[in-house]
Design a protein around this ligand. Structure first.
Ligand SMILES: [Ca+2]
Ligand SMILES: [Ca+2]
Ligand SMILES: [Ca+2]
Length: 220
């Protein structure tokens, strides 16, 4: 990633997806009020091996749907994925998500973009109408995605669905000083996640940063 991120534009459709996601997260926060799964940054870091393990399933899915094996999912390949997984999202919505997650503008979804795409589909799709959808691969991954949202909520202290510097400082102050997470590292991590340098980290920005933080080798 890196250099390509400077060119990320903000077309209005993308902005509205930012808002939609913020809304979802605020909703989830309200729903889980008083139940914080994570008490410290270390308790999050301890789950990294589990995340890595779960994301291997995603790697297999990615390779399965990347039919021409060119290292990215093109719109026609995504269409098949949507059909196979019986996703409850209108075509227009899928199209917007495709562009929203194609952060390097390559017109294809690479593995790191794929993780973000599926996580957002999980968050945005309508509740399934029939219970057979609970058997889909995406439903199995849902639990993992929900845990990632919990991580986001751990940082989002005021629960407005985005992260700002205040949230990060507050999180650091509450963090056990013995933890191996010096303030400057987390500050730098925040700067890294905030690509457009507007002082806020949206859920999409957070997801890409989180994947990097876990240390998944996207070029594997
Ligand atoms: Ca492909
Ligand atoms: Ca791409
Ligand atoms: Ca930002």
């Amino acid at each position: 990633m890196g250099a390509a991120l400077c060119c990320v534009g903000k077309p209005s459709k993308q902005k509205s997806l930012d808002w939609e996601l913020e809304g979802k997260i605020v909703e989830m926060k309200r729903y889980r009020i008083g139940q914080t799964k994570f008490k410290s940054i270390d308790s999050i870091v301890m789950l990294f091996p589990m995340f890595k393990e779960r994301l291997k399933i995603l790697r297999e899915m990615f390779e399965q749907y990347d039919e021409d094996s060119n290292g990215s999912i093109e719109p026609n390949e995504l269409k098949k994925l949507v059909e196979h997984l019986q996703l409850h999202l209108p075509e227009e919505h899928i199209k917007n998500l495709f562009h929203y997650c194609d952060i390097d503008g390559s017109k294809g979804i690479q593995f790191n973009e794929f993780i973000v795409l599926l996580c957002l589909i999980h968050l945005l799709q309508e509740p399934p109408t029939s219970d057979n959808s609970s058997k889909t691969e995406l439903a199995q991954l849902g639990e993992t995605f929900d845990t990632i949202v919990e991580v986001f909520l751990f940082f989002d202290k005021n629960g407005d669905g985005k992260l700002n510097k205040k949230d990060m400082v507050k999180t650091l102050n509450e963090t056990n000083p013995l933890e191996r997470s010096p303030a400057h590292i987390t500050r730098n991590r925040f700067k890294e996640m905030d690509w457009d340098r507007n002082g806020q980290v949206t859920f999409r920005e957070f997801l890409f940063g989180f994947i990097k933080w876990i240390g998944i080798d996207v070029d594997e």
